[in-house]
Design a protein around this ligand. Structure first.
Ligand code: DHB
Ligand code: FE
Length: 280
């Protein structure tokens, strides 16, 4: 049977992708950011999963205001890096796992989560930047990836509680997949940031720290947090953090915190990153 071994959350800042692609990771501004992922790269190399279910949001790259799925799962064989306006990132094509993706889609939909099934999907920085941060610059990504896109761009996004319950449904789906696979789940986006309006540049370290503490030790204490609190405390784009609850919902209650990293500044965003390991 397949099993979820760990969950990882990380910000997915596009400028981080540009820093990698343009060879700027050792510059003084960026060096502390990338240093924070050194442990994670080594840990992942030692605990390499077969498949990653990668929770992210599309930033009007594959979808647009013409079509806004709340939850969309990529069931294709592969996913090309999206052109976000300056050409696709020079990173490998993302290989999917159609059998597991369809199994998750079936299990979740029959559990009354109405997921959109996507058979052609270009993946933007929300998905490729976490892969770069955690796997570096290989010729091919070392894992298969199932993209799961969440609408956090157009009101109304799903509630934290809905995201948490989707995580639980994903865990049930993975654990009923009849193949011996190690699966990890990544939650991306956040932490506090606001990209527009009078509060552009907002960072809230206290909120972010509390969020990280509770994500490990008291996630059920986070799931009822209303959207307005995310926006007030973590900025308009801080709402991306609801995606971390999908990751956490897919793990055991007593998942162990292996690593945590928090850094400001990076682009307009507080960088947050955590690794949670399921008990064996
Ligand atoms: C930025 C964009 C994002 O999508 C994000 O999650 C964080 C930062 C940015 O443009 O800086
Ligand atoms: Fe984003």
């Amino acid at each position: 049977m397949a099993r979820i071994t760990a969950g990882i959350a990380t910000s997915h800042i596009p400028a981080v992708g540009a820093a990698i692609d343009l060879g700027k990771t050792t510059e003084p501004y960026w060096q502390p950011v990338f240093k924070g992922y050194e442990f994670s790269k080594q840990w992942l190399a030692a605990h390499k999963p077969d498949v990653v279910v990668l929770i992210y949001n599309d930033h009007a790259s594959a979808f647009s205001l013409e079509m806004i799925p709340t939850f969309a799962i990529g069931c294709a064989e592969s996913f090309a890096p999206a052109d976000e306006g300056w050409g696709p990132r020079p990173v490998p094509v993302v290989e999917g796992h159609p059998e597991l993706a369809w199994h998750i889609a079936q299990s979740a939909i029959l559990d009354e989560f109405d997921m959109t099934i996507v058979n052609k999907l270009d993946v933007d920085h929300g998905l490729t930047v976490p892969l770069s941060l955690l796997f570096g610059q290989p010729r091919a990504w070392p894992v298969k990836v199932i993209p799961l896109a969440v609408n956090v761009v157009q009101y109304p996004p799903p509630t934290g509680n809905r995201c948490w319950n989707l995580g639980r449904a994903i865990r049930k789906a993975v654990e009923s997949f009849d193949e011996d696979l190690d699966v990890m789940i990544f939650g991306t986006g956040g932490m506090s940031h606001q990209l527009q309006g009078p509060r552009a540049g907002l960072i809230n370290r206290e909120f972010d720290t509390r969020f990280l503490d509770k994500l490990t030790a008291d996630p059920e204490g986070l799931v009822k947090l209303p959207h307005v609190e995310y926006v007030r405390e973590a900025g308009s784009e801080g709402i991306e953090l609801v995606m971390w609850l999908i990751m956490r919902g897919a793990l055991a209650a007593d998942a162990r915190e292996v690593y945590r990293f928090y850094h400001v500044p990076a682009s307009n965003t507080a960088v947050g990153h955590i690794i949670l390991e399921n008990p064996r």
